[in-house]
Ligand binder design. Structure first.
Ligand SMILES: *Cc1c(COP(=O)(O)O)cnc(C)c1O
Ligand code: SF4
Length: 348
């Protein structure tokens, strides 16, 4: 049975208020109720009842810099649809399950808390369960984050496990959203990872530079710029309207540290499942120094079936992109299949 409110843990608020960087203030002031969302975006109150079942499963959460890019009063806005619980979330659909990737129940789940080691050469470090935004379609909307969060001495255990396995050449900061953690902690972790001889690369999977572009501040740029590791930042952008001037500046600043920037998107019905939108997304990403990496075919997640465009549509769209764009702007269409050693490409 899915846990009530099993979503992302609240973001740490241990720093003294006046010292908190701007992005942490934005996180603290995020909209977290259907009522506040309706008020902020001039949505009809008649939508509230339909939002209740979804909000109970996985609470509404969106900070102001994200809301600012949404057209008020438009229930079809592509950024709104990513955060708006619809009545369909309360309906069970056969085949849509709470743990489609078997992260909780499968063999790949972590032996050391916080370290999900699923790929031969890569180790995932679950830096925090917190996220800046709750995306309705998230495949982790039912994930018991708290059991996979690290604290205190757990860090050392996770780092020791990486140290003991010479096959690991890349460490991935994951979550939740690892950049929801304070830079002091991230800088310390990055330094500890850099001391492990066989690790060459640091990868960060994050949506924060897009959700709150002010997250890319000098503290972050300093430690990321300083690490001797090769670095890859994988952002998550589904629609070109997510990239306003602030996001563009944040992405360019990240690229300025020498990091390779990649994007992963999820193909979502009535958000980005048309060729023009995907083409514009690739072009816009490239303008910001980001290469399209993955396009995720939808995972069968309970409560999110209404986002599934279907695999046939996913294949057809990818074929159209291949006709319209240079190969390097066409993301790989993939799905994560439980028990497989890597993401599976879909045959076109
Ligand atoms: C797929 C995935 C990875 C690793 O996959 P690559 O194929 O090496 O990119 C790491 N983290 C997350 C969250 C993923 O979904
Ligand atoms: S930011 Fe990523 S992990 Fe967090 S809710 Fe959105 S998709 Fe899920």
């Amino acid at each position: 049975m899915p846990m009530i409110q099993s979503g992302h843990a609240p973001v740490e608020t241990t720093t003294i208020a006046s010292d908190r960087p701007r992005w942490q203030k934005e996180l603290g002031q995020a909209v977290t109720t259907p009522e506040a969302l309706c008020r902020r975006l001039a949505l009809p109150e008649s939508m509230l009842a339909g939002m209740a079942p979804g909000h109970r499963q996985f609470p509404v959460r969106a900070p102001e810099p994200w809301l600012r890019r949404i057209e008020p009063g438009n229930p079809d806005d592509p950024l709104l649809r990513q955060i708006l619980p619809l009545p369909e979330e309360g309906e069970d659909q056969p085949g849509y399950v709470s743990d489609p990737l078997e992260e909780v129940s499968g063999d790949s789940a972590s032996a050391t808390s916080g370290l999900v080691h699923k790929y031969a050469s890569r180790a995932l470090l679950m830096v925090t369960g917190a996220c800046a935004i709750n995306c309705r379609y998230c495949f982790r909307r039912h994930f018991p984050y708290d059991e996979h969060q690290l604290g205190g001495s757990d860090w050392q255990a996770a780092l020791d496990r990486i140290d003991d396995d010479p096959a690991i050449n890349e460490v991935i900061f994951s979550g939740g959203d690892p950049l929801a953690s304070p830079d002091r902690l991230l800088a310390r972790l990055a330094a500890a990872v850099a001391r492990i001889e066989h690790v060459r690369r640091l990868r960060i999977h994050t949506r924060l530079p897009v959700v709150i572009p002010q997250r890319v501040n000098t503290d972050l740029l300093d430690w990321l710029g300083d690490t001797p590791l090769q670095k890859v930042v994988v952002v998550h952008i589904n629609h070109p309207a997510e990239i306003d001037d602030d996001v563009q500046a944040a992405l360019r600043a990240l690229a300025g540290t020498g990091a390779t920037l990649l994007n992963q998107a999820v193909l979502l019905r009535r958000i980005n499942d048309d060729a023009d939108t995907l083409e514009q997304l690739s072009e816009r990403l490239f303008e910001c120094g980001v290469l399209p990496y993955y396009l995720h075919a939808f995972d069968p997640i309970a409560g999110a079936a209404h986002y599934d465009p279907g695999d046939e549509r996913a294949r057809a769209l990818t074929r159209t992109l291949l006709e319209r764009l240079p190969g390097f702007l066409v993301p790989k269409l993939v799905r994560e299949v439980p028990g497989q050693p890597a993401k599976q490409p879909l045959n076109l």
